[in-house]
Ligand binder design. Sequence first.
Ligand code: G16
Length: 543
Amino acid sequence: MGPALSKIDREHPPQLAYGTAGFRCDATQLVIAMERVGMLAALRSRDRDGLKIGVMVTASHNPHRDNGVKIVDPTGAMLAQAWESKAEKVACCPESQLLETLASVAEGEAASASVVIGRDTRAHSRALSQRVRAGAEALGARVEDVGVVTTPQLHHCVRAANGFSPVVKGPLYGYADALVDAFEALLKTSPHKTGRPDSTVVVDCAGGVGAFGIHQLRRRLEERGLASVLSLRAANIVREAPLNHQCGAEHVQKQRLPPKNLSRRDLGAPNLRGCSVDGDADRLVYWFHGLSNFEIVDGDKIASLLAVFIARELAAAQPLIGTPSLGVVQTAYANGAAAAFLRERRVEVAFAKTGVKYVHHAAEAFDVGVYFEANGHGTVLVKEALRARLAQLDSEPGTGGRARLAVSRLHAVARLANQSVGDALADLLLVEAVLCLQQKSIAAWGALYDELPSRQLKQRVASRALLEPNATETRLVAPAALQAKIDALAASHKSGRAFVRPSGTEDVVRVYAEAATRRDADALALEVRRAVFDLAGGLGERP
Ligand code: G16
């Protein structure tokens, strides 16, 4: 994995930027950054009075050669944005300036520091996580290594270990048990007491760590006699497919293609639904075979399904809980039809910049904030005061009635949805419970509204830093000529909308286009990609 430790030029570490989800690049560039992240995590822990800080070694949806790191704050939230620039300073400074750089970052007085480390299944993740440990221990931190876990599992461990959520007995601070408890509680509110004819869900695990999580859930569902309601079948498990290669949520949602390695039986069976998670299992998209096409049910439709369900239950619970606010937060990638669908149902829709760290923050403005990026990254946040009220009402002896039923449902949703970050496994159980309660097929869910056809492409350029997007990343402030060209191209297609933005996880410019027909959406995306190539220093062959 890259140069031997002794050969690394510590005076000139790679100059990395803390992107959409932390540091991420070719794994060989990361040795120094990982040590420094271990040190930074120790300092952050001291700054937070010795509470545990999480470090997840993963490059999520990126190809296997890449790796990266996500840093988790004590509540399970992503690293506070004010610390991102500190992380960059520490990761990128020459060794000779390390001590003074660390001193300039250190704010906390606490005597002890504590760091929890997790990693994904990449071949280099173990060695890189050892560098994180070395860095944290060099500053005297106590290290707990929870091994190979999904990113949301690490968030859960940090949140629970610091006492911000009730700890359920079981491995990984009771992660799987807590999810299945909440799933069972939600199902118990169903008037339909028998199993489902379509209980099987095929889960494409992207060749990554999600397969272990699915195994843990499946075992618990079977032990509790819930397999007739939900039977999970894992596909593309570790070693069955190279990580994220032609499989997983990123491939399915961006390429709009089925994951590889699934038999015709899996892909063509009537009523059979499948879903794909990404390399660290924080994203989820569903799919099925419609009458003639492979159909994708993406993050927009997950948000729509959940928001409509929650809106109904909030209305029913009103006599007991009043009228808490509900909102859905999306990004520029959300299909235009999704916001229209939600607004017609009087659900407020807000927008934030791409990246769960922005979307999560915007969702916190609501008592119940549903956020999903179209790529399947999202969850349902329930404000602490409302959670407590629901828990109290739900624990009182039941008087029956619709309002009381709604309280039980909302309380189960609040327990099931990950309160820190998007979580493919939690979202899978949440979606399945709602489909089951509503006796809805995946085809009926997919038909909630007609999407405008869309296409996403990417283009390599000499320097993506030259593209400066506006605050919502829907337009470019610079280069102005490129934005003018995009406007003209979009206007030339019926219902055309297009934007480009520099990726914060890959060395590419992302292109999004939607239009009235599939043909137009595809043509517009290609035209915009060519404009990026021509006006922003495209690399490789002109598309
Ligand atoms: C990360 C972020 C997501 C974001 C995605 C793509 O996902 O957590 O919020 O949508 O990157 O970001 P970009 O377009 O900037 O490359 P993951 O699953 O890769 O960690």
